[in-house]
Ligand binder design. Sequence first.
Ligand code: 1HE
Length: 257
Amino acid sequence: MTPKYLHLEMRGNIAVVRLARPAKRNALGDALIVALRDLFENLPSETKSAVLCGEGDHFCAGLDLSELKERDASQGMHHSRMWHAALERVQYGPVPVIAALQGAVVGGGLELASACHIRVADESAFYALPEGSRGIFVGGGGAVRIPRLIGAARMTDMMLTGRVYNAQDGERIGIAQYLVPAGQAFDKALELAGRVAENAPLTNYALMHALPRIAEQPADQGFFTEALMAAVAQSAPEAKRRVKDFLDGKARKVQKS
Ligand code: 1HE
């Protein structure tokens, strides 16, 4: 059963996960965060890729501020760790996740988008970290993931000054990998999810689980881990079949876009 405010729909082997609380701009309360974790932990076994989207004009307004009550330090830490557990399930779950972004992608909404593997934004998207002006700090992994996308200097500026990036600048600085006309983010995300679903599962696994770890390793260790991952991936029967298909002229060529 998918809980209130979170919908799961299978489109073939693609899981479409929708934040469904448009009246509150898909703000993320505790129950929704736990539901997100459970959903990504229990995706149907046939799932090959996922699209994460938000209903209405906005992807997500971040933390549900109406739930932000006085917490002591210990409760605050556990709350943040709950977000970490959920967003780790998104990033290191079974399948690549493509976020479809429109309107507000702010606060915890940007943290959630940052945990996805590909971000597709339409022209209405905008990005902010209003935590700075609300007197709080990021707590959903943003301090780790967002600097890796845009650099610590830009994140610092967003939080210190309340800077809002529009969709064009969001793509320029590396938040979204794709920028599409207004209203087309979901369709583009679904198209990309279809393409991702065709990959060999071990290739997707390597990109999700090995690449981010290799990228954090010192070069010498990274080269070694890469060699191990490459050996595992190319030894799979599926890799051999795909290479043979190409050599036999049966596989898609790389084409200029
Ligand atoms: C909310 C929230 C929310 C909207 N929590 N209720 N995030 C923020 O600081 C962003 C706060 N939200 C906004 O700046 C704006 O709402 C938006 C730019 C996202 C959208 O504006 P708009 O004009 O379309 O909608 P609205 O009229 O502001 O909001 C509609 C309703 O949603 C309204 O409630 P209503 O009962 O008056 O209809 C808003 O109160 C409600 N709403 N956003 C609760 N966030 C792991 S730590 C993460 C820390 C953070 O994420 S901090 C950043 C929180």
